[in-house]
Design a protein. Structure first.
Lengths: 64, 194
């Protein structure tokens, strides 16, 4: 197994992106680490809002 | 001549030892020590730069994995003393997540960095892997599977306590005349309680 900075970055990214696929103990550790910050996993997920995810506003015809 | 000019401008061996070690940015304390401050700095000042996203798109379109792009970007920020290397390891996940969403929105196909060798090769060569076809069994393999199934079916014992159930008449268990008609739990007689 490689033990260098680049592998550490790759592991850190994998643990964050695929946190649900990790073992419960490791996944809980990753979630706890990020939940202590203001920008936790949920807030980071909603940082980049895409037009396809924005709710469609219904047009009111307006009854006269 | 260009090579000779480069040789003249090259540093003298040992020249680095004569320079002040604190002159480099990475020898100074980092600017951001808090995770939230560092992420806000990246979101507000670095990612919106006009050259940042085009550079990332060019790199991922040249089949550079996104993990490598994010790593190089964060190490570069560490070299500028924006945050420490430990903080950049924490920032790697969120930055990668944001980049994937931005690239998905632009419709750019990219290598995640977690592909298998086959997927990597297919992406680089542009070949379509498609869905894997089910492998056909040979005649010998089918005969072997059938023989094993027959052996398993033949070995199942029938009858007895441990065997498979067999359709038989229920067995009458003999009981004493005194306790006949009673269940397992003896009930008190009405004459005794009265």
């Amino acid at each position: 197994m490689k033990d260098n900075m680049f592998e550490a970055f790759r592991t850190a990214i994998y643990n964050y992106v695929y946190v649900d696929d990790l073992s419960p103990r490791v996944g809980m550790r990753v979630k706890d680490m990020h939940s202590k910050n203001y920008y936790d996993m949920d807030r980071v997920e909603n940082l980049v809002s895409t037009p396809s995810e924005e709710p469609m506003m219904e047009e009111d015809d307006g009854d006269i | 001549m260009a090579t000779f000019d480069k040789l003249i401008k090259a540093p003298i061996p040992g020249e680095n030892l004569t320079q002040d070690p604190k002159g480099k940015p990475w020898h100074r304390p980092p600017q951001h020590t808090n995770f939230d401050d560092a992420l806000e700095y990246l979101i507000d000042e670095v990612i919106p730069e006009k050259d940042f996203l085009p550079s990332v798109i060019v790199l991922v379109e040249k089949n550079l994995p996104l993990t490598s792009v994010v790593t190089t970007f964060l190490v570069g920020q560490t070299a500028k003393a924006k945050f420490s290397l430990d903080l950049s390891l924490m920032l790697a996940g969120p930055v990668y997540k944001m980049m994937t969403r931005i690239l998905d929105e632009f419709g750019v196909s990219y290598l995640t960095g977690f592909e298998s060798s086959e997927e990597f090769k297919a992406k680089v060569t542009g070949e379509d892997l498609g869905t894997p076809k089910p492998k056909k069994l040979t005649a010998a393999q089918e005969r072997e599977i059938q023989a094993i199934a027959e052996e398993v079916a033949a070995e199942i014992p029938e009858g007895g306590l441990m065997g498979a159930p067999v359709d038989e008449a229920p067995v009458d268990i003999p009981m004493d005349e005194e306790t006949e008609g009673e269940g397992l739990v003896p009930q008190p007689n009405e004459e005794e309680t009265a």
